[in-house]
Write a protein that binds this ligand. Structure first.
Ligand SMILES: Cc1cc2nc3c(=O)[nH]c(=O)nc-3n(C[C@H](O)[C@H](O)[C@H](O)COP(=O)(O)OP(=O)(O)OC[C@H]3O[C@@H](n4cnc5c(N)ncnc54)[C@H](O)[C@@H]3O)c2cc1C
Length: 584
């Protein structure tokens, strides 16, 4: 909520400096056969559309269900990222009640607009442990996904911008960035909370966190002040729409449609030939033909669309009366995510949090600074530093459960990630000035799955997220949650913490703590793996057993990266685009 009518106007003026593209709601020629029809205008879809339409003799159509939020102030202003979930720009999915969480139903909101998740995410830019990408290559049989090879695409998709005279120390390996369209930067200034949070992990005698660059293949350590996918020149979000979508402005061979919801892929025997979609503007139904159909609808909507089209687990489709095109039992399974639990603390009033937006004396100068320079609290996402940690084998083994999966992970992989956000992740009825710290399990052993709820394409899918679903996953999260809580209660954090708000001082027993963990369990909104390379897909991202159809997005990811996902999806899609162009 913004306090005056002036503010939206001012933001609109600020963002008119962003180049606008011809991403309009045109119409398609239903008689024509386009070279590529891409479903989903998120991270992967926009990379693919931009790269494939570089070939002038190839026609590309991209269908996006959500709106164009290119000039929306909440999308463009990093600090407002939190208000986008639950808005018109998100699919407001929730998990089914989770038995592992005493029936809790965490949100699994996903991006629903041009830019997809990159338009509503929290902009952390990370790549994580290199061994993950080597494992992608082994599982998929595609050697281009090996870290040393995929680095080319990480570089191609990004550029690093470090503010001059940075008032804090970072380790930034500039050699792993190129001149790509996604602008990655560090913050010009940190909140008071940030250095204290970072130093608490750095100076912790048990596992001192080392300052590293988690974008150069390193998996374990600490990042301070970013990096984030934020444009340094004006402090606005750098995401797939401006980065890739606007490249297509003026290309006659590329057409981006928004507000069009794909409901079915049509097959001629085993060959995909067209996509049926509903134009939300007038609820009319259309079909667009393609020589090749590429599904990039994200890890929850991609398997949903395939199942609606008769591609998926035979028993499930038969139960719903959907004619089978291809029995693909793996589709919808292998759902991985990063899951976290929250310790929320009250902080002094001189630390800006989103709770203070309604306080004019605090907010007005902040707004003025942002409008003038693109700097200050509004130019950052509100959680700058994070640390990843590998728990030593002897501690894991002391849990008394089978921890073989976690002890056997390659040695560059962490188990957990600690971070914070300057806002309330738990109820905050007294409007206290709060920061939510959290710890996420980032190499989960257990996976979940998704299924259709109905044959109606408008119905949300059933998502069985299976958070902390193995005994070892749960034991690690409980251990790390305890550790986070005690670090937040330590003397080191005292200068920036007034009191613990959640779980709160009344929570003292292990049982109470577990209940607090269950009740605060959250998705990092990183679902992946539901149409995985090596399982449902061949090394070239083609659906096994079918022709003319590929899946290229987070669904294809066979193993979870050790930190935030967007950088990996940009690189994966760049790689796939190159692969398709090389096959021409
Ligand atoms: C709230 C949130 C916070 C996140 N925070 C971070 C972060 O800080 N750092 C980070 O690295 N990653 C973060 N992520 C994750 C990252 O944004 C995603 O991993 C990434 O966007 C996935 O890319 P994708 O191409 O697979 O799917 P998406 O980017 O989700 O794109 C899929 C697109 O397909 C469209 N679509 C779906 N179904 C249909 C259909 N039937 N017809 C037409 N269009 C359809 C959707 O509307 C969407 O635009 C976050 C994600 C969310 C949602």
């Amino acid at each position: 909520m913004y306090r005056s009518a002036i503010i939206p106007l001012v933001f609109a003026l600020l963002f008119t400096s962003i180049k606008c593209a011809q991403v309009n709601h045109g119409s398609l020629d239903e008689a024509k056969v386009y070279d590529y029809v891409i479903v989903g205008g998120g991270v992967a879809g926009l990379v693919l559309a931009a790269r494939l339409s570089e070939s002038e003799n190839k026609t590309v159509v991209l269908l996006e269900a959500g709106p164009d939020g290119g000039l929306n102030k909440d999308i463009n202003t990093p600090a407002f990222a939190g208000v986008l979930q639950g808005s018109q720009f998100s699919w407001n999915f929730t998990s089914t009640p989770q038995p592992t969480l005493n029936g809790a139903v965490p949100s699994l909101a996903q991006g629903h607009c041009l830019g997809g998740g990159s338009a509503i995410n929290v902009m952390a830019y990370c790549r994580g442990a290199s061994s993950v990408f080597d494992e992608w290559a082994e599982i998929s049989g595609n050697d281009g996904l090996r870290w040393e090879n995929l680095l080319t695409e990480f570089e191609q998709s990004s550029v690093l911008e470090i503010p001059p005279d940075l008032p804090y120390t970072i380790i930034a390996n500039k050699s792993v960035y190129g001149q790509g369209p996604v602008m990655v930067s560090y913050e010009t200034n940190l909140t008071n909370f940030d250095p204290t949070f970072a130093n608490t992990f750095k100076n912790d005698p048990q596992y001192p966190a080392k300052l590293v660059d988690l974008t150069d293949g390193t998996g374990i350590g600490q990042q301070v002040g970013g990096p984030h996918s934020i444009r340094l020149s004006n402090g606005t979000r750098s995401y797939a729409l401006p980065a890739y979508g606007y490249q297509m402005a003026g290309r006659n061979n590329a057409q981006i449609m928004h507000g069009v919801w794909a409901s079915k892929i049509n097959f001629d025997n085993k060959t995909a030939v067209s996509v049926t979609y509903t134009d939300k503007a007038d609820n009319s139904t259309h079909t667009v033909k393609g020589k090749e159909i590429i599904i990039s609808a994200g890890a929850l909507n991609t398997p949903k669309l395939l199942m609606l089209s008769g591609v998926g687990p035979k028993d499930h489709l038969t139960d719903l009366g959907i004619p089978i095109v291809q029995d693909s039992p793996q589709i919808g399974s292998n759902l991985y995510d990063h899951h976290s639990a929250v310790v929320m603390v009250q902080v002094p009033e001189d630390i800006f949090t989103l709770v203070q937006q309604s306080n004019a004396s605090v907010f007005d100068p902040i707004l003025q600074e942002y409008q003038a320079n693109g700097t200050g609290p509004l130019g950052r996402p509100g959680g700058s530093s994070f640390a990843t940690e590998r728990i030593p084998d002897d501690i894991l083994k002391s849990f008394g459960v089978n921890v073989t999966f976690h002890t056997n992970l390659p040695k560059d992989r962490p188990h957990v990630l600690y971070q914070y956000a300057t806002g309330a992740f738990q109820p905050n009825p007294n409007n206290l000035n709060v920061v939510s710290t959290f710890v996420a399990l980032i190499q989960p052993e257990a996976s979940g799955y998704m299924r259709l709820n109905s044959t109606d394409y408008r119905a949300n899918p059933l998502i069985y997220s299976n958070y902390f679903g193995s005994a070892a996953d749960m034991a690690i999260e409980v251990y790390a949650y305890n550790r986070l809580r005690s670090l937040m209660q330590s003397d080191a954090m005292k200068p920036v913490i007034v009191s613990e708000v959640y779980p709160g001082k009344n929570v003292t027993t292990e049982a109470e703590l577990k209940t607090s963990l269950y009740n605060s369990a959250r998705s990092f909104h990183h679902p992946a793996g539901t149409v995985s390379l090596g399982k449902a897909l061949d090394p070239d991202f083609r659906l096994k057993g079918l022709n003319g159809i590929r899946v290229i997005d987070s669904s294809a990811i066979p193993v979870m990266p050790t930190c935030h996902l967007q950088a990996s999806v940009y690189a994966l899609a760049e790689h796939a685009a190159k692969l398709i162009k090389d096959q021409l």
